[in-house]
Structure formats: structure tokens, C-alpha cells
Write a protein that binds this ligand. Structure first.
Ligand SMILES: [Zn+2]
Length: 282
């Protein structure tokens, strides 16, 4: 029995040190890259002596100021990993060839792994647009939820997410409307987080907006009507959606706010919800 225990212990120790070794290399490389980023921040602005005088009218000497601080994230973008385990996602994010990462990964059991300092630019958003912002990686924090893409999110995972969001919102004064999903910023290209994601619960906690559910009466009538001249595509654009592909924009809106069906058409009820939401965003 004792021998068995010893073998198990040795085995566990071996696994732990092996995991440590495999991350040591990537952590070392990470620190090296952080130093390069620091170098970019520490560089003194150029003066006339350093540039071609014909190309830029610039002062002879550098004049500094002490009135500054570091730039802050202003959006949070939520994803599902479309993978089967936290370990699989972490492996993906530690392989240089994948060129993808996120600041936080949250497991099904609620474990939070922070891989990047909030001030660094993670590669999670890819090509995307929200309003006029086309570089969401520079402006946002990326959070990946371990989920295969077709399953509900566990209570523990959402509880952890809410704690992370609370910290981020207060640290960086992120506006309530700026908690959005990957599908919101990349219509037709991304569908995460999947329609099981509890956006309504998040909005009730102050992260993201939701429509007034009281606008629908039990008899199928509603307390407000969509005006005849209401243009749903303009409304989607004002909310932030990239409307270059109108059908894809409608589908992204439905993944987030309708969730029961996510096709690319707007029913009377969908239009009512869109109209109600658009008034909150405009
Ligand atoms: Zn994503």
C-alpha cells in the first residue's frame, strides 16, 4: 500500500514538474516580449534631428509632459473556446503558431486562468468592427469561456465570469454597453458565445444592455409599436453592428438578443426588441 502511494505521489510530482517545465519556456519568451513592449513605451518622441526635415514639421527638441497615464481597455469581448477542455485551450494559446490568445480563460468548473496583463494587446478579436472601431484587440479585454460551442454554460463558470467582469468594469470604468460578444463584432464570421450564453443575466448585473421585457404583454400585444418609418438596418448600425452584410448583422443581433432562433430574418417581435434596444444605444 505504502509503495503504491509512493508511486502515485512520484507520478503526480512528475506530472506537476513536467507541466511547470513546459510553461517555463513560454513564460520566459513572454517576459522577453513584454520587455520589447516596454521599450516601445519608453522610446522618447522623435525630434527634428532624427527625421527628414522635409517630411515633417516638428520641434527641434523634445518637450515632455507629466500629464499622462497608460491607455486603458474600454471593451470586454466574450468568447466560447469551441474546444473540449481548459487544458486544450491553454495549449492552443501557448503555441506561437496559432497566433491566438486571450487575457482570461474560464473553465467549466469556474477556474480562472489569466494569461496576459490587462494592458497588453491580446489576439482574440481578429478582423472585426464595432461602431467605427476596427481594432478591437487594441481596445478590449478578451475572455474565453471553455465550451464546445453547442452546450450551456455552467453556473460556476458564469459566477466566475461575473466576478472578473466586476473587477474589470470598476478598474477601467468600462461603459455598461461595452460588454459584448465575438459574434457582435464579427457578423458572418463568428458565432460565439453560443445562444445559451446568459446575456440577460449579465445585463441585470450591469454588463451589457438588454431590452425592456415588460414591452411584451401576455396577450401577445405590446406596450409600444415600431414606427412605420423605422429602419432596422440603421438601428443595427447605431447599436454598433457592421452592416456591410445586412443578413449577417441581423443574425449576430439574434444570437445575442433573441437566442431562440438565430436565422437572418426579423419577425415582428424581433423588430420590436431591436427598436427598444436601439433607443438605449442611440
Ligand atoms: Zn471568439
Amino acid at each position: 500500500m505504502k509503495l503504491f502511494k509512493l508511486i502515485v505521489l512520484l507520478g503526480l510530482f512528475g506530472l506537476a514538474s513536467c507541466a511547470k517545465d513546459s510553461y517555463r519556456k513560454i513564460n520566459k519568451q513572454h517576459k522577453k516580449q513584454v520587455k520589447e513592449v516596454l521599450g516601445a513605451i519608453q522610446a522618447t518622441p522623435i525630434t527634428k534631428a532624427q527625421v527628414n526635415p522635409d517630411s515633417l514639421s516638428i520641434s527641434d527638441a523634445w518637450i515632455g509632459t507629466t500629464n499622462f497615464s497608460i491607455r486603458r481597455p474600454n471593451y470586454v469581448i466574450i468568447h466560447h473556446t469551441a474546444q473540449d477542455s481548459l487544458a486544450q485551450t491553454i495549449k492552443t494559446f501557448t503555441l506561437p503558431r496559432t497566433q491566438v490568445s486571450s487575457h482570461y480563460v474560464i473553465g467549466r468548473d469556474g477556474e480562472v486562468v489569466q494569461m496576459l496583463n490587462d494592458y497588453l494587446r491580446s489576439w482574440h478579436a481578429g478582423r472585426g468592427r464595432w461602431g467605427n472601431d476596427t481594432d478591437l484587440n487594441s481596445a478590449s479585454i478578451g475572455i474565453e469561456l471553455d465550451n464546445n460551442g453547442f452546450e450551456p454554460f455552467s453556473d460556476k463558470q458564469i459566477e466566475s465570469l461575473l466576478l472578473v467582469l466586476k473587477r474589470l468594469k470598476s478598474s477601467y470604468s468600462i461603459p455598461t454597453a461595452n460588454f459584448i460578444g465575438h459574434s457582435d463584432i464579427a457578423p458572418g464570421r463568428k458565432v460565439d458565445p453560443n445562444p445559451y450564453f446568459p446575456w440577460k443575466k449579465l445585463a441585470q448585473s450591469g454588463f451589457g444592455l438588454w431590452y425592456d421585457e415588460s414591452l411584451e404583454l401576455p396577450n401577445g400585444q405590446s406596450i409600444e409599436e415600431v414606427p412605420e418609418n423605422f429602419n432596422p438596418i440603421d438601428a443595427l448600425r447605431i447599436i454598433g453592428y457592421d452592416i456591410s452584410d445586412e443578413k449577417a448583422a441581423i443574425q449576430s443581433f439574434k444570437i445575442h438578443f433573441i437566442q431562440e432562433d438565430i436565422d437572418s430574418s426579423l419577425s415582428r417581435r424581433d423588430s420590436l426588441i431591436l427598436f427598444n434596444l436601439y433607443k438605449k444605444y442611440r
